[in-house]
Write a protein that binds this ligand. Sequence first.
Ligand code: BGC
Length: 384
Amino acid sequence: MKKALSLLTVSAMAVSMLAGCGSSNTAATTAAATTAAATEAAATEAAKTETAAATEAAAAATEAATEAAAEAGSADLADKKVGVCIYQFSDNFMTLFRNELQSYLESLGFKAENISIVDGANDQATQTNQIQNFITSGVDVLIINPVNSSSAATITDMVTEANIPLVYINREPDAQEEERWATENMNVTYVGCDARQSGTMQGEIVLDLENKGDINGDGKVSYIMIEGDPENVDAQYRTEFSVKALTDAGVEVECLDDQVGNWDQAQAQSLVANSLAQHGKDIEVVFCNNDAMALGALQAIEAAGETVGTDVYLLGVDALQEACDNVKSGKQTGTVFNDHISQSHSAADAAVKYLTGEGNEHYIGCDYVKVTTANVDDILASLG
Ligand code: BGC
């Protein structure tokens, strides 16, 4: 009797865990309730007869109902249409993000032909048209990486007036817009990391160096800053907080140059080449708001005959594979892992929770991770 009950308890627990871990939609929940009922009925039966056969029957019932629950869940999602707007396909980081998003959505049970991902080509008018087309075509949920986060209020109104839930990714709308989602009880959320953390981590990597970034020993850290597209708050925060980490630690800094490279490798290469031509070895640290620009910076540094680690330090953000390889070989001082895997999964999970009626908080965050030679192998392994 005791054995039978404890076996049943374990089965019931396994069922409830499955329902919680997987796509938690209404059909799955209903099926899980059926499962619980089946489990209960079987428990009564087992209690009555106290035979091993009854226990086995209960386990079989549990298993069958669990499978039914899983099938009901994925069948529901297979019929759902997801529209995904990416601000620009040629962006290295957003390419990793969208590929992971596509495959994770499929693994949740969405059919490939029901997932439509479009390229905004860095043009808000183009993206606004794409959103309008998605609305007209009757998508069930939208995931949007806005070209201009300042257009978020307009986008939100268009989408919510059509009663479509909305998950913003990567480019965070401002606080006023996010507050409106809460006060007006809108099915809108943002999934992303807090870019202040990534900036701070870049500064901390410099602080952890033996000379704290002061290569020439003149008592101050002379740096140049290569910024991403100012439309993304990530660029503003990384610029501010990387330097703030140094000054908060009492390190004197001097800004030799601060330029906008728009997240782009080629633009960064030419900006850093110009800076090196002007300031040469006075530059001790090159802060880049992302790794694509750090790769461009490295090309310029090497073309100028300088060596990272001895003549200059180089920092990026994202943990692109190539940048991690450079960290490993010493050609880049460090980077910060911008977890596209966790962010894309959270965005897809949030979309599912809107579809099942469970709903979401209006902000879903994730953590950055510092990357140096100390842990780069682990990060490379996790990138697969
Ligand atoms: C990434 C950049 C990317 C940008 C796009 C940032 O979070 O770090 O690499 O270009 O998002 O908006």
